[in-house]
Design a protein around this ligand. Structure first.
Ligand code: 6GU
Length: 232
């Protein structure tokens, strides 16, 4: 079973992970998600988790001590852990990374805020033989913190675990996994009833019953959409 531990100063921010698909996956015992408050690991009266940057500059940096205590607490066993540090300076998240994470047993998400987490936290855990550290970004824009990025990654990862999706066939044909000789394609357009809606017809080929021709049309449409995304 995949065990996911998430450390954040805003644990309530991650509540949506209890809903819908991921909530059901937890009820079914397919995944386990535990959310932890970083401030539990502070000892000063103000429960501070950040400080000014060495070398000067704007903003605040998250202190290494609470992070070390929080990560140690969720990794007490002798198992292997994949520590995912959310940062806009990380490697771009994609479907391939989701598949890799879905094959793991223990994921720890460190949700940074402010100007990020003291760099020694990644350095320290990367040096431990039972840890792999991944610094990950979800795209080329800046968020207020890693919480939303964590939800994106957890959702994309969990749905790849056998049994999480109601219909396992959904995994076979979808965007970014439907491939031709040139690599990966986005999904073809989908239609359902009614056959005419506000004067717009469903493409006639889809009503033809000719599965060979339908498959060819879908591949052509997926290629057209993929091409359109790489233009402009
Ligand atoms: Cl992982 N964190 C933050 N703060 N901003 C981001 C991001 C992560 N990914 C894209 N932008």
């Amino acid at each position: 079973m995949l065990k996911i531990n998430i450390i954040s100063i805003f644990p309530e921010y991650l509540k949506p992970l209890e809903l819908s698909l991921l909530g059901k996956a937890q009820e079914k015992g397919l995944i386990e998600i535990n959310i932890h408050d970083l401030r539990k690991h502070t000892d000063d009266v103000h429960h501070s988790v950040d400080d000014t940057p060495y070398g000067g500059g704007a903003g605040m940096v998250m202190s290494p001590q609470p992070w070390g205590l929080a990560i140690d607490e969720v990794s007490e066993s002798s198992e292997h852990f994949d520590l995912i540090v959310l940062t806009p300076a990380g490697k771009k998240f994609d479907q391939k990374m989701a598949k890799n994470f879905a094959s793991k047993n223990n994921l720890i998400f460190a949700c940074g805020r402010y100007e990020g987490i003291d760099a020694r936290v990644s350095q320290y855990y990367a040096s431990k033989s039972n840890f792999t550290v991944h610094e990950v970004s979800i795209g080329d824009y800046v968020l207020g913190g890693g919480e939303v990025a964590t939800m994106v990654i957890v959702e994309a990862t969990a749905r790849l675990i056998p049994g999480v999706l109601g219909n396992p066939d959904s995994l076979k044909e979808e965007s970014h996994t439907l491939t031709n000789k040139d690599g990966s394609l986005v999904e073809y357009p989908s239609y359902t009833k009614p056959a005419n809606w506000r004067g717009l017809d469903v493409p006639a080929i889809l009503l033809s019953g000719n599965h060979g021709e339908i498959e060819k049309w879908r591949i052509k449409e997926a290629e057209r959409r993929t091409q359109a995304l790489t233009e402009e």
